[in-house]
Design a protein around this ligand. Structure first.
Ligand code: GLN
Length: 224
């Protein structure tokens, strides 16, 4: 039986995620209430505006139930604003914006914005086979630093003249920590479902587990 994956439907590009999940073999449904949250095997937190989604999580009384499910190990995938919400800490956020946790990273909100609001690039993505992933960034965050438990899956250059697929170092834009996946970009907008398929496999528990690195307390940084 295919897993039931929810898409948090308070704000953002919900429809596109539902379509990408269904195309990836999952049963997909919207989540706006705690009862709906309790029925899903995993959850996508879409892009939109993290401050708005944070406020709506409070008014829909979903903030604590969602924190609890994530702490209990429910697989979650956040794209863009979703990545910001899953991070343990946000830079350039609003003081009253809430974090869901699940990802031991520091993200910088609207990080590329000082140079350019939106851009696209082709990225090598660890765990996704085939050609590079075409990544659409819209007022995107980047991961400023990540704890050693976090796997870095993709990076992009923050220099518009350097193609992202060719940088070994660069800004961190896709990460995974156990059952939690996040991208700073929007795979749901491109018709390429490989990132959603990766998440569906994570929910199905079929993806390979990687050993935790121990004895290394240095954080990983994204720099070109
Ligand atoms: N800049 C938005 C935020 O801070 C994220 C943009 C997006 O999700 N496309 O939440």
């Amino acid at each position: 039986m295919s897993p039931i994956i929810g898409v948090l439907a308070l704000q953002g590009d919900v429809r596109e995620h539902l379509a990408a999940l269904r195309a990836s073999g999952a049963r997909a449904t919207t989540v706006r209430r705690t009862t709906e949250l309790s029925e899903v095997d995993g959850l996508v937190i879409p892009g939109g505006e993290s401050t708005t989604i944070s406020r709506l999580l409070e008014s829909f009384e979903l903030l604590e139930p969602l924190r609890r499910r994530i702490a209990d190990g429910m697989p979650a995938y956040g794209s863009c604003a979703g990545m910001i919400l899953l991070a343990s800490k946000v830079l350039d956020g609003r003081e009253d914006q809430h974090q869901l946790g699940g990802l031991d990273v520091i993200v910088r909100r609207n990080a590329f914005g000082r140079q350019v609001d939106s851009f696209e690039d082709d990225l090598a993505f660890d765990g996704v086979d085939g050609p590079p992933v075409h990544a659409v960034f819209i007022r995107a965050p980047w991961v400023e630093s990540a704890s050693p438990q976090v796997e870095v899956l993709a990076r992009v250059s923050d220099d518009p003249d350097v193609p992202g697929g060719q940088v070994a170092a660069g800004r961190i834009v896709a990460v995974r920590q156990g059952p939690v996946l996040a991208t700073a970009f929007h795979p749901e907008l491109t018709g390429d479902t490989r990132v959603h398929r990766l998440f569906v496999q994570m929910v199905e528990g079929r993806s390979r587990e990687r050993p935790l690195e121990v004895g290394n307390n240095e954080t990983q940084e994204g720099r070109t």
